[in-house]
Design a protein around this ligand. Structure first.
Ligand code: PLP
Length: 383
């Protein structure tokens, strides 16, 4: 076993895929302290800058004072606290759906949804660039998984037509996590209606960020709960806390509570975190300047980076990757930026397709325009 692990690790290293964890000694934010050094950071998913927001922090502290730290049990045993229930009701209201149910993480929510909704050998269609947890959900369900080319509506249509009504679910990210572009949701919703399939949207990177009031990709496109019956969102990104949820109709939510194994067999998130999320959901809706700031940062960045000759993606979201191609080159560029006290991660296969290693730049409402200028200057100097 030792020998085979060693050989495997050597292979990872030789393929330029070695990853290393950095140690933060500050809160998440535009400026962070990492391995003892201050950096300007473009690598979190804390899009609205709420992870260290004073009202969110105060709510978590109040929650700990009232309920202690641990939830002590799964939701169906004795771990479903008052703040969990209140948060579910808030999330249902926020998403304009009948009900919502909390999961401990987005990864677990996706495993739970898919394995509760499809049975062995039933058909499921997914975008090739969907998040790993959606792909893993289909594998866990032993479903018949077909993938379509990224955002290729014509291929979705052909696959649905060829399958008769055998495809039960079509699943997509709302905003793709490594590219920042959006799924063609209106077209997918229409095809799903025509072929009697349910559309599941994982809006981990859209909720809080997109749409006038932060209701995400569905608000951006003006889609309803009829168009997208299953909406999944995470709470550890734009909302700055931790956990995830699924929103939808009564039958859907009750099915998940009764049957999703990643809901049933796991400890509930600490109640203080749910209380903090109620606060962050409120701030995210009220402080519209955070979404406006993000749009301004993105516009500024795209205008300024274009003349430097980098390959941008088709993204108007706070995820603005620069596609480099070669893994070693992406890593080298990330290391040079680090010498300018700027943190931007190099994302390599297998997280992204072969030959598309990239710098994944993400913006947060905590950034100033001046931070973007510093990034642009450093990119100019390092390229
Ligand atoms: C981050 C992410 C998840 C997983 O959510 P966690 O709460 O971090 O487990 C699921 N789907 C997408 C698209 C994500 O980006």
């Amino acid at each position: 076993m030792h020998e085979s692990l060693k050989a495997n690790l050597r292979e990872i290293e030789q393929a330029q895929r070695w990853r290393r964890r950095r140690i933060l000694t500050s809160p998440q934010g535009a400026q962070i302290t990492v391995d003892g050094r201050p950096f300007l950071s473009f690598c979190s998913n804390d899009y609205l800058g709420l992870a260290n927001h004073p009202e969110v922090v105060a709510a978590a502290q109040e929650g700990i004072a009232r309920y202690g730290v641990g939830s002590g049990a799964a939701h169906l045993v004795s771990g479903h606290f008052e703040p969990h229930h209140a948060l579910e009701e808030e999330l249902a209201r926020f998403t304009g759906r009948k009900r919502a149910v909390l999961f401990s993480t987005g990864y677990m929510a996706n495993l739970g949804i898919i394995s509760a909704l499809v049975r062995r050998a039933e058909g499921i269609l997914q975008d090739r660039l969907n998040h790993a947890s959606l792909i893993d959900g289909a594998i866990l369900a032993r479903a018949r998984l077909r993938r379509y080319r990224h955002r290729d509506i014509a291929q979705v249509e052909r696959r649905l037509a060829a399958a008769g009504k055998a495809i039960r679910l079509v699943v997509t990210d709302g905003v793709f996590s490594m590219d920042g572009d959006m799924a063609p949701l209106p077209a997918l919703a229409k095809l799903c209606r025509e072929h009697d399939a349910w559309l599941i949207v994982d809006d981990a990177h859209g909720l809080g960020v997109l749409g006038e009031t932060g209701r995400g990709s569905l608000e951006h496109f003006g889609l309803s709960a009829v168009d997208v019956p299953v909406l999944m969102g995470t709470l550890g990104k734009a909302f700055g806390t931790f956990g995830a949820f699924v929103a939808g109709g009564d039958d859907l939510i009750e099915t998940l509570i009764q049957q999703a194994r990643t809901y049933i067999y796991t400890t509930a998130v600490p109640p203080a975190i749910a209380l903090a999320t109620v606060a962050s959901l409120r701030v995210a809706q009220q402080e519209t300047w955070r979404r406006e700031r993000l749009q301004e940062l993105v516009r500024h960045f795209r205008d300024k980076v274009a003349p430097l000759g980098f390959a941008l993606t088709d993204s108007n979201t706070p995820i603005q990757p620069l596609i480099i191609g070669d893994s070693a080159q992406a890593v080298a560029l990330s290391a040079r930026l680090e010498q300018h006290d700027i943190l931007v991660p190099a994302i390599r296969p297998p997280t992204v397709p072969e030959g598309s290693a990239r710098l994944r730049i993400t913006f947060s409402a905590a950034h100033e325009l001046e931070h973007v200028d510093r990034l642009i200057d450093a990119l100019g100097a390092c390229a």
